[in-house]
Design a protein around this ligand. Structure first.
Ligand code: PGA
Length: 250
């Protein structure tokens, strides 16, 4: 499977800036060894989608609601995201868990609805510093993983991406050592092998890393860990830097 680099623009850009950035990135990525995805805010999805159509870059959403439709004020449905051309959707980002009270049960339902509608979920998980220091990472990660994937089945024609993002490394400039990220990837892979057949874990799941990734440290994750891609926040807001991450990581 190809590696995948995902830009998470969060709530940082208005429509005009989103289009300028998408255009700059598009122009620099003609031949890619990795897959590249841009996740703009909901309100920019349509226009950014048009801008990157017929380019090497795919469109992703930053979230989705877990019901197909109905009286859910302010939410976005999976069908709408699909209509807008999204093929990926971030689910369970720690910022949503922290600021919007998203819990494992909601995340589980979101993963299921994404898969049902043939969008690839990018299931985000990771520990806080308190958990890392006091409770231990393994138990916490296994619990998040098991809860998020409860009853989730992946078949040969679907895909899931699991993004390990230690909360303390997100937007802080603090880095986890690739070797320490690797320990968590091993925990995740071992756990996945308990729930899905080995062939699915190998061919239909990608484990990626996120948290203060930049154009310098990205190579370290490629070389010193088994990360199959990156989820990039801050550094994806600068076209040149994001493009060099895409080009350097594979
Ligand atoms: P960061 O964000 O690269 O700015 O740390 C990553 C993320 O939150 O997905």
């Amino acid at each position: 499977m190809k590696s995948i680099i995902i830009a998470n623009w969060k709530m940082n850009l208005d429509l005009k800036k989103s289009l300028v950035l998408a255009d700059k990135i598009k122009k620099q990525v003609a031949n890619l060894k990795s897959e590249a995805v841009i996740c703009p805010s909901f309100t920019a999805l349509s226009e950014v989608g048009k801008k990157i159509k017929r380019s090497k870059i795919a469109l992703g959403a930053q979230d989705v609601f877990y019901e197909e439709s109905g009286a859910y004020t302010g939410e976005e449905s999976i069908k709408t995201l699909k209509d807008l051309g999204c093929s990926y959707v971030l689910i369970g980002h720690s910022e949503r868990r922290i600021h919007l009270g998203e819990n494992d049960e909601m995340i589980n339902k979101k993963i299921k609805i994404a898969l049902k509608n043939k969008l690839t979920p990018v299931f985000c998980l990771g520990e806080s510093l308190v958990v890392r220091e006091r409770q231990g990472v393994e138990k916490f990660i296994i619990e998040q993983l098991q809860n998020g994937l409860e009853g989730v089945s992946i078949n040969k024609s679907s895909q899931i991406i699991i993004a390990y993002e230690p909360i303390w490394a997100i937007g802080t400039g603090k880095n986890i050592k690739p070797e320490d990220a690797e320990k968590v990837f091993m925990i995740i892979r071992d756990q996945l092998k308990k729930i899905w057949p080995l062939s699915i874990v190998k061919n239909n799941v990608r484990l990626i890393y996120g948290g203060s990734v930049n154009d310098k440290n990205c190579v370290e994750f490629a070389v010193r860990s088994s990360a199959q891609g990156l989820l990039v926040g801050g550094a994806s807001l600068k076209a040149d830097e994001f493009v060099s991450i895409i080009k350097n990581f594979y």
